[in-house]
Each structure stands twice: as C-alpha cells, then as structure tokens.
Design a binder for this molecule. Sequence first.
Ligand SMILES: Nc1nc2c(ncn2[C@@H]2O[C@H](COP(=O)(O)OP(=O)(O)OP(=O)(O)O)[C@@H](O)[C@H]2O)c(=O)[nH]1
Ligand SMILES: [Mg+2]
Length: 284
Amino acid sequence: MVINWFPGHMTKALRTMQAEVKNVDCVVYVLDARAPLACLNPEFDKIIAGKAVLVAVNKIDLCDFEKLEPVLPQIKARFGENADLVLLNSTLSGSGKKIFEKIEHLCHEKIARNQAKGISTIIRAMVIGVPNCGKSTLINNLCGKAKTITGDKAGVTRGKQWVAVSKNVHLLDTPGTLYPNLADEKTARYLAYVGSIKTEVLDFGELAICFVRDMLAQYPNALSDRYGALTAQGTDNFALAGVLEQIATARHFVSKGGEVDYDRTCFAILDDFRKSRLGKITLL
Ligand SMILES: Nc1nc2c(ncn2[C@@H]2O[C@H](COP(=O)(O)OP(=O)(O)OP(=O)(O)O)[C@@H](O)[C@H]2O)c(=O)[nH]1
Ligand SMILES: [Mg+2]
C-alpha cells in the first residue's frame, strides 16, 4: 500500500529541528511501543547525529512486552554510546518522573562543569517522534499540567513550543514528522495502524485488509477472540475480504438486505486495535 503524506508543516518542522538541535543538550526520541521500529525516522538520524539521546518507548500499556523487549537493545544501540532508554505510559500521572534522572545522567558532564563554576544548569532537550506517538502527552506528564495540546489523531502539534517542565529541565515540543517517501510498505502500514498518518489520506478499506493479513500472521487469535471464530481461505485480498464479511456479520454491520457495510467494518477493526480491544500488540 502506497502512502504519501508529507505536508508542508513537516518540512518546516524538520528545518526547525535542524536549527534547534544546536541549542539543545539532548534529544528525547519518542516511539510508539506498538510499532517501535516503524517509528524510527531516518530523517531524524542526520539531524540528531552526535547528540545524547533518550529513547522514550511510549504507550507501553498498549504493547506486547514479550515482542518489544528483544528489540530494545537494538533500538538503543542505534544511537551510540551516549544513549539511554525508558519505557513509559505517558497517560499515567507521574510516570514520566524517571525521565528527569535519565536526562540528568546523559548530561552529567555539562552539569558537573557548571557545578564546578558554581552555576546551576538548565538542560534543554528536544522531543521528537512521528505523529501521534505521545510527545505532547509526555511533556504534559512531566509538568503535571496540560501545557501542550494533545489529541487522538496525527498532526496535532503544528509548531515548536518550549516548556519548562521543571526548574532545571526545559523541553521543546515539536510537530510529529514522517519522511517524504514512505517507501517501505511495512513501515507505512504500521504507522497507519497506530494513527501516525492522517486519517483523511488513508484508504481504510485497503488498510483493513492489510491489517487483517498482518494480524492473522502475527497474532492468529486476536481477531477471533474479539469477533468469534473466523475462517480465512487464504491470504489474498479476496480471501481477506471474506474475513471482513465474517467480522461485519459478528458486529451486525450487515443490512437487512444482506449488504455488508465494509466502510464501517474496516473502520471498526482499526479502531478496536487503536483502543487495544484486540489485546496488547506490538508489530515488528
Ligand atoms: N494509552 C496511551 N495513550 C497515550 C500515551 N501517550 C499518549 N497517548 C495518547 O496518544 C494520543 C496522541 O498523543 P499526543 O501527545 O497528542 O501525540 P503527539 O506525538 O504530540 O502527536 P503530534 O503532535 O500529532 O505529533 C493522545 O490521544 C494521547 O492521549 C500512552 O503512553 N498510553
Ligand atoms: Mg504533539
């Protein structure tokens, strides 16, 4: 499935990151724990090269920890020696506190240098990530107040915003950014499933077929646990449309005349995934 969504504000956001990265001590790189590898944006690599990175694997309340855990070392290693990793549910009040400690540790040299001169240090960190991974929610969690706007859709934050989350730590919220050509189909699909790509540019029918295929391959019981026994006569689009029909029947999305409401069914399946009604899932 080809997805191309890279609006003007994302180009601007990447330029802003490029300009701001010189002024920050470290980067907080937020990933969605349901699709952590898909959230790694190659565009960010060039921008943050050489910076200390705290990887914040967010939305762990929705993820499959058994699948997530083995890839964590590989994710951390991508950012070199001066990197650390933290697991988070940013919607849980106070859960972000451990970030302060990690950021201070990553920036300990600057803190020690300033301490020797008798100066207190303000650590500046830039928070980056693909759309909807929870950057603004994480910042609000750290300050204990809704200082940034958050929302259940991609593209909520539109400009940069500095937030003093404590006396000594200032965070820069940035708009979620993808990359110009989502050439890797799997990455594009996973980002679409987790809500990183604006709904308006997605074909939900095609996306739901892909989702059912991925689910049957990686979590064979997740769909039948929710919708009842399902039979797939194969993995081609025609066979999977048959699975959609069975789900539509289970959800009563079939008219009295027997017409299947595919749009509603496709939307409902993805909504069930996003609200974790299909269980805890991580797609690699
Ligand atoms: N379950 C769960 N939901 C979360 C978590 N963190 C954020 N969310 C939800 O994810 C959605 C997106 O959060 P935002 O903070 O707006 O995401 P963002 O990365 O700032 O998004 P953009 O500004 O569009 O790039 C919101 O509905 C949040 O409530 C988490 O750890 N667990
Ligand atoms: Mg935001």
